[in-house]
Design a protein around this ligand. Structure first.
Ligand code: 2AM
Ligand code: CA
Length: 257
């Protein structure tokens, strides 16, 4: 599979988003969980291009779902990750595309239109940002690290904090930006030590996970099991702090300060 094809799709879909700043909201799923006409235009474009080249591939997209038919090759599309940011004129949003073979991501592309940052990875071949190799940070302790904590839509904030609270207390600094795909890429770029989310869909994390792993990082479920391409929690780190993070996420981990 040609990673350039995947990268080109991400950039072209990103250009569609760029042309529609703050596009009209077409649906409110719940509260601030919205869909804009830009989400739909981007996904429509991606589906059309993929099926034109690969009619026998399966597509799983955030806005238009997936077909029942099974296929060896599957695409996971988030046409606009960080829709709330986009709708408020905040540049922290991206297009995320992963291509998987028998459930294992082979290519991942995350494109941030307004900054022109293209994160790209191919399994076994490393990860790049605009062609330059990506490498995670060297930090070895949670206490010296910066961590992104985020909240899912399904779980209550109180329950989520019960799980993530120990990281909140132990980390040097905490952030929350609102695009899981970009968050994983920030860890891959060594800008932060980790990203923890209680419940994501595969289109949110499949591309970013491959990019982070190829940059030397580690991604598991919060309980420590392998992060398969099914929906679920995500603990993503530079690898060096991963064991300490999982220890802190265990029920009953005491606040350290
Ligand atoms: P979205 O912008 O496409 O909605 C913010 O919490 C990050 O997590 C965003 O990447 C958001 O994707 C995603 N997200 C939040 N809650 C989610 C849920 N319940 N299922 C899937 N993705 C979720
Ligand atoms: Ca998303």
């Amino acid at each position: 599979m040609n990673a350039h094809f995947v990268a080109g799709l991400a950039v072209e879909a990103g250009t569609i988003l760029e042309r529609r700043p703050g596009a009209r909201v077409v649906r409110v799923k719940w509260g601030t969980d919205i869909v804009t006409e830009a989400d739909e235009a981007s996904e429509r474009f991606l589906r059309q291009e993929i099926l034109r080249h690969y009619p026998d591939h399966r597509i799983v997209g955030e806005e238009f779902g997936s077909s029942e038919a099974e296929a060896a090759w599957e695409w996971f599309l988030d046409p606009l990750d960080g829709t709330v940011n986009f709708s408020r004129g905040n540049s922290y949003f991206a297009v995320s595309i992963a291509l998987a073979h028998h459930g294992v991501a082979q290519v991942g592309a995350v494109y941030r239109p307004l900054t022109g940052e293209l994160f790209l990875a191919e399994r076994g071949r490393g990860a790049t940002l605009n062609g330059e190799p990506l490498r995670v940070s060297d930090a070895g302790q949670v206490g010296e690290g910066i961590f992104i904590l985020d909240w899912g839509r399904q779980t209550s904030r109180r329950d989520t904090f019960g799980v993530l609270g120990a990281i909140f207390y132990a980390a040097n600094k905490i952030r929350s930006f609102g695009s899981a795909a970009l968050d994983l890429c920030s860890v891959a770029a060594g800008q932060l030590e980790g990203f923890i989310h209680p419940g994501l869909a595969p289109w949110d994390f499949a591309a970013g996970q491959l990019i982070l792993e190829e940059a030397g990082g580690t991604v598991t479920a919060l309980e420590g099991g392998p992060r398969t391409i099914e929906a679920g929690s995500v603990a993503a780190t530079n690898g060096h702090v991963h064991a300490e993070v999982l220890g802190l996420l265990r029920p009953g981990a005491a606040p350290s300060r």
